[in-house]
Ligand binder design. Structure first.
Ligand SMILES: *Cc1c(COP(=O)(O)O)cnc(C)c1O
Length: 365
């Protein structure tokens, strides 16, 4: 059985290093906000090319706390791609703000040419989600933001270490948000996240907010939350980070092989926007007809797949209150019916890759 993702494999690649670090943190007797978190924050900021990084408990926390600290609240609108992961939208609505959905383009990311028509007096920010490991067109997005005086938050949960025109994602907007959920590029071994920013004051607000609004013990300068990154996760992330470029390179090789060898007229392979590189968080094909038949065909032959994502946020029960109906975002809805993520993970053998390619190519529809 080939699983769509296999987290054990990437662990096994450096198991001894992870075990050593976990024991080191356990033996240290210090488990929250200590030297591992500080060191990881410094190393991640440097890796991404931002001035500051603040470790948080999850990617969702990174998003909603960003909007909170940027003063985006009830009555405000935030532009986001309609085919985003539901957590992106929750990051907006947890502060009472309203998402304004934009259809994706042929690269599965927000169609920047459609943003300006959706801007109203209430629009305060753009949430740029770098979906599947590929950067949005940050040149167009930053230009629109500057002209309309909007904040930009980047959701880099699926894009650890990839670039737009040679500059790492997360460094274009006011804040870059990262999730270190285990399946993400630099995945932790539990929940974790962070933000990066070049704004010192804002970084300090995140540091205070994540710890009950407290800078000095028992002195609370604002109503905050508990969103601290654990020492043990930070330590394990430091190990992972030393292998991140290597891991991205390995997935790029698998993707290159898929791009070259998958050949089936029923299937559209992923397209990479000129100016972007992909970290191949997912390898997402489009199967305009027969997607569900292909899922069954692969499953019957021992190959697991996933759909990212089968229900677009505007049609989710959670967002029924926004009042959207089927047909409101036809491209997004079409994508939800045709996308399919093929197996893609570190430690995937050449034999497994070959079997995926061969099986996909033999599907007749
Ligand atoms: C995973 C993910 C999140 C949420 O991160 P968590 O750490 O699970 O809270 C947000 N946005 C995107 C695009 C994601 O892929």
């Amino acid at each position: 059985m080939i699983m769509p993702n296999n987290l054990k494999r990437q662990y096994l690649q450096y198991a001894e290093e992870y075990k050593r670090k976990a024991c080191e943190v356990l033996d240290s007797g210090w488990y929250i906000l200590g030297r591992e978190v500080s060191a990881f924050e410094e190393e991640w900021a440097k890796y991404v090319g931002a001035k500051y990084c603040v470790g948080l408990a999850s990617g969702l926390d990174a998003l909603w706390i960003s909007f909170r600290l940027l003063n985006i609240a009830e009555g405000d609108e935030v532009v986001v791609c309609a085919n985003a992961y539901i957590a992106c939208v929750m990051g907006i609505t947890m502060n009472g703000a309203t998402p304004v959905f934009i259809e994706p383009d042929q690269y599965d990311n927000i169609n920047a040419d459609k943003i300006e028509a959706a801007i109203t007096e209430k629009t305060k920010a753009i949430l740029a989600v770098h979906l599947y490991g590929q950067a949005c067109d940050m040149t167009k997005i930053m230009d629109i933001a500057h002209r309309n005086n909007l904040k930009v938050v980047e959701d880099c949960a699926q894009s650890h270490g990839n670039h737009w025109k040679g500059k790492k994602v997360g460094t274009f907007g006011n804040v870059g948000c990262f999730s270190f959920y285990p399946s993400k590029g630099c995945g932790a071994f539990g929940d974790a996240g962070c933000i990066v920013t070049d704004n010192e004051e804002l970084a300090q607000m995140f540091r205070v907010f994540r710890n009950y609004g407290s800078e000095k013990r028992y002195q609370n300068m604002m109503v905050g939350s508990n969103s601290r990154l654990d020492e043990i996760q930070a330590g394990l992330l430091r190990v992972k980070l030393t292998h991140l470029d290597e891991a991205n390179e390995e997935r790029s090789k698998i993707a290159a092989r898929y791009q070259k060898e998958i050949c089936n007229p029923i299937i559209q392979k992923p397209k990479i926007r000129p100016g972007a590189d992909s970290s191949w968080h997912q390898y997402v094909i489009h199967v305009p007809r027969y997607r569900d038949a292909l899922v069954d065909y692969l499953k019957d032959r021992g190959i697991g797949t996933l759909i990212h994502y089968p229900i677009p946020p505007h049609l989710s029960e959670a967002y029924a209150y926004l009042g959207y109906k089927k047909g409101d975002f036809p491209i997004t809805e079409q994508y939800a019916n045709e996308v399919l993520s093929l197996p893609m993970y570190n430690g995937m053998t050449e034999e497994e890759q070959g079997l995926v390619i061969e099986t996909v190519n033999s599907f007749k529809g």
